[in-house]
Design a protein around this ligand. Structure first.
Ligand code: GDP
Ligand code: MG
Length: 439
């Protein structure tokens, strides 16, 4: 995938003490191919490469001891810019309710998103109302009602005999009367963009004057998602894009092209079918994820909503400073288990996607218990300073945990790798910039 390819390109640069212009050109040629292969719009790729080259040639690259890292840093920053720079917030009307209109093709995930966004808003203390505006797809109203029921958010519907324009208008009116501060209008999609679909949603738009028009696109469709966004944007002024199905086998093209092609920021990313699998879209985190630096920050945010805030902060600090002991390791493992499917979590951790791709790798709960047993058999001093764990200590730990020395060796090695990775990561992302902490 894109991440692996980019990691290879930068891996080659990283070893070099000095970069010639040829080195940079060669790397950029490979980055260009990797992006095209990931289904990023060709014009976007062209501009991107030009910008990176310009910076890479002029910049600190020649002066730096770690020119490869400087190039990675430039690419990282440009990727962030490409995706809009900062996180684009959901609109908030100063005359509530804030009206949000969903648009998109059939199957993109509009109805699911309506439920997810309602849950998110609700968790932030808001009082949303959902409006069932898809009267065409069989059971679409029911689908929304089920979602609303799950999270205890009311759904306004007038069945399938009233026009969606009237349903939307009356729903918004009701929301005002009942003091809802957000209204989410689910609408119908078609398999392809057609006149009737556009006409209807334009009429809904005119009737309710939404504060936010979210285009929901399936990230798995790559370039096609971008084309859809473009056509919608030409007819209906979009205020944001939501990428869905980012949990699937997406090549990254949609995330990287949408903002550049339409000028519309990506506001949310949907990463699964479950109602809580929705995240605010952070360009910086996505860029880190694409470059294989992992999405430590998303992980930390997720941890914060599920875990004791104090502990999470402590963990973040330790990760940044790479002062991480076996006690933290164990605690982290226990916390992580509370967070949900390990599979998803691994995707967010630096280097872990490689681990996952390794042949024969599977998540083994037994392995986790074994790890716990090993760490628990260590003394306090050993956990804090793994350097002191010599052979005889390893033998004692193995015996104490009912494992063998090979298991203990493996775990210690993993731990050291993880620490190294964190150090790299914090060097890259930390306040000192790309050079801090890198060797
Ligand atoms: P709509 O036609 O635009 O309203 O699309 P739906 O909300 O009905 O979603 C279509 C299908 O995609 C459903 O089976 C959803 O469960 C699924 N879906 C929606 N969002 C996601 C996502 O982020 N990841 C995955 N894997 N499936 C999703
Ligand atoms: Mg729907």
């Amino acid at each position: 995938g894109l991440t692996t390819r980019l990691q290879n390109v930068f891996g080659k640069l990283r070893g070099k003490g000095k970069l010639s212009e040829d080195d940079v050109n060669e790397a950029m040629r490979e980055v260009r191919l990797a992006l095209l292969e990931a289904d990023v719009n060709f014009k976007v790729v062209k501009d991107f490469i030009a910008k990176v080259k310009e910076k890479a040639v002029g910049a600190e690259v020649q002066k730096s001891f770690t020119p490869g890292m400087v190039v990675v840093d430039i690419v990282h920053k440009e990727l962030i810019e490409l995706m809009g720079g900062t996180q684009a917030k959901l609109a908030k009307s100063n005359k509530p309710p804030t009206v949000i209109l969903m648009a998109g093709l059939q199957g993109a995930g509009k109805t699911t998103l309506t439920g997810k966004l309602a849950k998110l808003l609700q968790s932030q203390g808001h009082k949303p109302l959902l409006i069932a505006g898809d009267i065409y797809r069989p059971a679409a109203i029911k689908q929304l009602e089920v979602l609303g029921g799950q999270i205890d958010v009311p759904v306004f519907s007038l069945g399938d005999k009233v026009s969606p324009v009237d349903i939307a208008g009356q729903g918004v009116q009701l929301a005002k009367e009942q003091g809802h501060d957000y209204v989410l209008i689910d609408t119908a999609g078609r398999l392809q963009i057609d006149e009737a679909l556009m006409e209807e949603i334009k009429q809904i738009h005119a009737a309710v004057k939404p504060d936010e028009v979210l285009l929901v696109v399936d990230a798995m469709t790559g370039q096609e998602a971008v084309n859809v966004a473009k056509s919608f944007h030409e007819q209906l002024e979009l205020t944001g894009v939501v990428l869905t199905k980012l949990d699937g086998d997406t090549r990254g093209g949609a995330a990287l092209s949408v903002k550049a092609v339409t000028g519309c920021p990506i506001k949310f990313a949907s990463t699964g079918e479950k109602i809580d699998q929705l995240e605010a879209f952070h360009p910086d985190r996505m860029a880190s994820r694409i470059l294989g630096m992992g999405d430590m920050l998303s992980l930390i945010e997720k941890a914060q909503t599920n875990i004791d805030a104090e502990k999470a902060k402590d963990l973040e600090r330790k990760m940044r400073n790479a002062e991480f002991t076996f006690d933290d390791f164990l605690e982290q493992m226990e916390q992580v288990r509370k967070l949900g499917p390990l599979d998803q979590l691994l995707d967010m951790m630096p280097g872990m996607n490689k681990l996952k791709a390794a042949p024969g790798f599977k998540i083994d709960e037994k392995q986790i218990s074994r790890t716990e047993a090993i760490v628990k058999s260590m003394t306090k001093a050993e956990k804090a300073k793994p350097d002191i764990i010599n052979f005889s200590r390893r033998k004692r730990i193995a015996a104490g945990s009912g494992t063998n020395v090979a298991d203990v060796n493996k775990l210690i090695r993993q731990f050291e790798d993880m620490k190294k990775m964190m150090k790299q990561f914090s060097g890259m992302m930390g306040p000192k910039g790309p050079k801090g902490g890198m060797k």
